[in-house]
Design a protein around this ligand. Sequence first.
Ligand SMILES: Cc1ncc(COP(=O)(O)O)c(C=O)c1O
Length: 411
Amino acid sequence: MPETVTDLNPPPRLLLGPGPINADPRVLRAMSMPILGQFDPVFTGYMDETMGLLRRLYQTDNKWAFLVNGTGRAGIEAILTSLIAPGDRVLVPVFGRFGHLLCEIAARSGGDVRHIEAEWGTVFTPDQLEDAIKKHRPRVVALVHGDTSTTMAQPLDEIGAICRAHEALLYVDATATLGGMEVAVDAWQLDAVSAGLQKCLSGPPGSSPVTFNERVADAVNQRKHIEAGIEPGGFVAGNGPRIQSNYFDLPMLMDYWSEQRLNHHTEATSMLYAARECARIVLAEGVADCVTRHALTSTALTTGLRAMDLELFGDQAHKMAGVTGVVIPKSVDGEAVRSALLNDYGIEIGTSFGPLKGRVWRIGTMGYNCRKQNVLICLAALEATLRQQGFAAKSGASVDAALAVYRQAGQ
Ligand SMILES: Cc1ncc(COP(=O)(O)O)c(C=O)c1O
């Protein structure tokens, strides 16, 4: 190995996979701001501002809205591992890979995990979910909102009320939907939700915004134990079993993010700058306008793909706005197409896993990348690449069809 390692010089790429996406340059700029001490009043001011921004993003009055350091699954793990005590019954409705991830994290937390499965490419009806809740009587229901592995989005507006009626707490994984689809935490009675920056929020991976209500706060506080070295005098620990993870211990994180500012980890300064800027950018556009932009982009892209005679994957009535599944034509080598897009155009699109491996490409149009320009570039490049592979699509039809969608929307 040479003694000197060269400068980092990543090639320019247009990241149109299921995430990460190209971060908004404003977010990267925010990340280059000077590091401050974590208890510097200016920095704790930024922490408070970030909490306020996250509440607006999540459409909630919850006191608790803060960042868990780590990628999307850090937020998932902090909530599930703090909430699920050994032996607690957990129901996970699985409609893709990330439902299985919730099962795995719930099981590692010691939960008595029950799951139901929907065929990949479909979601559950509220009745199916209610029947499963009645049958399994879970303390916690853990549900993915948009599962990028299948490109499907589970409607949530009725599920919170169903869970309340059956005295279950509802956790939702909105890693791939927050900022791109509506996530109305209070209106939908979602008890706890987590997300990631690297999808519809236009940031890099590495910070997970979470929010949860007092029902969840009360539940996890029953398990509150504080590290001996930082325990305030007179502290009385909760009756429940100690949360197995120190890093993902919500009660300790709550003390760190509240007025108490009890020392826990060293906050990931640059990631907090990033998350704060991501939230500011979405709120400056307006959550509703961001959601509309993602929906329009999805319509333009899918219209263009259909005009190319490509088949879309899954139940289109429940497709996520930010990711589109495309059935790989039988005559085409899917990996050769992905390589050509990367090498000839610098465009990344996603492959699939599990039952969809080799059958479906996934095209992401999320956050900063969710733009007309990118839809047209992607369609043109895909059409040319498919032609090289012997798949005959009517020349220019897809770009024309997508453009027509934008024209109709006045763009
Ligand atoms: C729906 C969903 N949940 C969870 C995750 C896991 O997030 P991360 O890879 O950031 O840990 C992803 C990542 O793709 C996702 O799409």
